[in-house]
Design a protein around this ligand. Sequence first.
Ligand code: IPE
Ligand code: IPE
Ligand code: MG
Length: 252
Amino acid sequence: MVLDEREERVAKFFRKMKRTKCLPAHVAIIMDGNGRWAKIHNLSRSQGHRKGAERVREITEEAARLKIKVLTLYAFSTENWRRPQKEVDLLMRLLKFFLSREIKNLKKNNVRFECIGRIEELPPPVVKVIYQAKQETRKNTGLVLNLALNYGGRTEIIDAVNKIIKAKQSGQLTPSDIDEFGFSRYLYTIDLPDPDLLIRTSGEQRISNFLLWQISYSELLFCKKLWPEFSAKDFRNCILTYQKRKRRFGGI
Ligand code: IPE
Ligand code: IPE
Ligand code: MG
């Protein structure tokens, strides 16, 4: 069988990857730079966000193809409500459109959809399509696509503390239940491993309130490319860079 160019590239990557270390189980991405990309191309910020949304499909498919277990994408932070109402509305509409359109594709690729964040505070039509995507993909056994929506790392920790107080008040908890593992069971990421690799596009080198607890030992990779131009090849290169890192977890 003749491999097309794309398949050949991926096969080459697999060969290279086999020579090095194992794949990250969980990759998290701060998808940043839609606005700057639009500005460079003389387009509106909305067009930048549309272009950015399109990248999600390619990167998700690539992650599924590489057999990565979890891909967490930061799509809307608790601080993003500070943007002009018009932009927030556009982002919400885009989210709803993107999700309802992608359900079919997620099913085809055996991807299970999950999300983290204060979902119930999102507009009801968005919440509805989120539940629909979760419901329709719940039996899929491949990649978990985890969208961070109305997500804030500090809010997540506060929400966990409040859940713990509630559990304590109803007598479901003893103090020894709260060690690091016990605490992490109250976070939004309850069933997910911590990210091995965190990528941020757009050249900014900050965390912007993303997965504060979970990234304590993640490898951080800051990539200059703006999110709308971040390709499957860039993603594979990030994985290769990760594989060259030496993780020590405090040991020697
Ligand atoms: C990331 O792109 C998308 C969201 C935060 C929703 P930005 O909109 O932050 O793009 P820049 O940082 O202004 O270029
Ligand atoms: C982080 O990007 C949030 C998302 C990608 C959803 P921002 O563009 O909001 O972050 P700051 O404001 O530059 O730190
Ligand atoms: Mg930004």
